[in-house]
Design a protein around this ligand. Structure first.
Ligand SMILES: [Zn+2]
Length: 385
């Protein structure tokens, strides 16, 4: 047996016992202890083979504890879910630390440039012109934070990025509700630069480069347009249709009375969809502003600014005739399913590291199932599935 420290030969000393938590509960194992007289280092080779965690959980136990901690509150998992599903009785803090450690390792591996599983080129769907299309999207959502010793702290934004292969739209009014044929999420308290690097690696691993057309859907939030230019310069940028319509709706409601406001909203949204952002911008510029209240003027200015800044990414008639998706509903729902559903329940507050680690795990779990499997070391999942 060679020493793990200095590679000289280490000799067997004795068997030593250790209490270990496996999927079936607590067990006691005896494993050989080896000592190296060159550097004085002692080690247990069998611990490495079993991939025992720092808290003496086997890999199988660590995985289900982490899965539990990723899906529900640590206390609930410790008291109810784990005992019921596996018979494991662990403290809340063991569930929390095990989950956060796994998330930390995941974050470090992603940061170091690792991707999980085999490179596979997705079967990108084709648009109305026969071009294969790869979609990407990014959005941000808030997580409540807690300072040291329960002190109040500002919330932190978590970014959620996704690479996806949505099914082609069947009708013009369809929102993105059908499951995607391929989805990868990333989530965490990233800087946009970190997210960009990691998104590119995920994109490369699923063959975004093989798709003819890249489409980036966002709500045009702060910094996102520039981010797309930096990391996905070939992507056509589309502003989420529903965000653009919301500006029109807010304005229509104060520009006209109730019923008329509704009619005007429909009229404007229809125009935006079928004649595009440039036509709608012209209409806004031509509105009679003399009767506008102060509040209405504010809505008008907001709409005008949004349309002026993003008109080049609101060519909806063209996008629709190409058969492209025009809504960022996918990433908005990902903010909820990946982040909010676990991290924003009932006044939950997090420390930044813990929140970041759980975000990463949840993004991994909500991605195509091969991702979680590959991270936990089931190499044949893709072939078996
Ligand atoms: Zn040694």
């Amino acid at each position: 047996m060679s020493c793990v420290q200095c590679k000289e030969s280490a000799s067997f000393k004795e068997y030593r016992h250790k209490n270990v938590v496996c999927l079936l509960g607590d067990i006691r194992i005896a494993r050989g202890y080896y000592h190296c007289k060159h550097c004085g280092h002692g080690h247990f080779p069998w611990d490495g083979v079993l991939r025992l965690s720092e808290r003496a959980l086997t890999l199988g136990a660590e995985e289900i504890v982490t899965l539990g901690g990723s899906l529900d509150a640590f206390g609930t998992v410790a008291k109810r879910t784990l005992p019921k599903m596996s018979g494991l009785k662990l403290s809340e803090s063991t569930v929390q630390r095990t989950t956060e450690d796994a998330g930390k390792r995941l974050a470090e591996q992603l940061q170091a440039g690792k991707t999980f599983g085999q490179k596979t080129v997705w079967d990108w769907h084709i648009d109305a012109n026969g071009k294969t299309c790869a979609y990407l999207s990014v959005d941000a959502t808030g997580v409540m934070m807690q300072g040291p010793e329960g002190a109040k702290a500002d919330g932190r934004m978590a970014y959620v990025g996704m690479i996806f292969n949505p099914q082609p739209r069947q009708t013009e009014d369809e929102r993105l509700s059908r499951p995607c044929d391929g989805v990868r999420y990333l989530a965490g308290h990233y800087t946009l630069a970190e997210l960009g690097e990691q998104m590119r690696r995920q994109a490369a691993q699923v063959g975004v480069g093989q798709a003819t057309q890249w489409i980036a859907l966002t709500d045009a939030g702060s910094g996102l347009e520039h981010w797309i230019d930096m990391y996905f310069p070939l992507a056509i940028k589309i502003v989420d249709f529903h965000h653009a319509s919301e500006y029109l709706e807010n304005l229509a409601k104060v520009y006209r009375s109730d019923a008329e406001g509704k009619t005007l909203t429909d009229e404007w949204c229809h125009r935006l969809k079928h004649e595009g952002g440039a036509v709608m911008l012209k209409e806004l510029q031509g509105l009679d502003l003399r009767r506008l209240s102060k509040a209405a003027r504010k809505m008008y200015d907001a709409a005008l600014t949004y349309f002026t800044n993003h008109v080049g990414r609101m060519n909806y008639p063209e996008y629709l005739s190409n058969g492209w998706h025009i809504g960022s509903g996918g990433v908005e729902s990902a903010c909820k399913t990946v982040v909010n559903q676990r991290l924003c329940l009932g006044g939950m507050r997090w420390c930044e590291a813990g929140s970041d680690h759980v975000c990463h795990l949840r993004a991994l779990y909500r991605s195509d199932p091969d991702q979680w499997e590959a991270y936990w070391g089931y190499p044949d999942y893709a072939m078996a599935a």
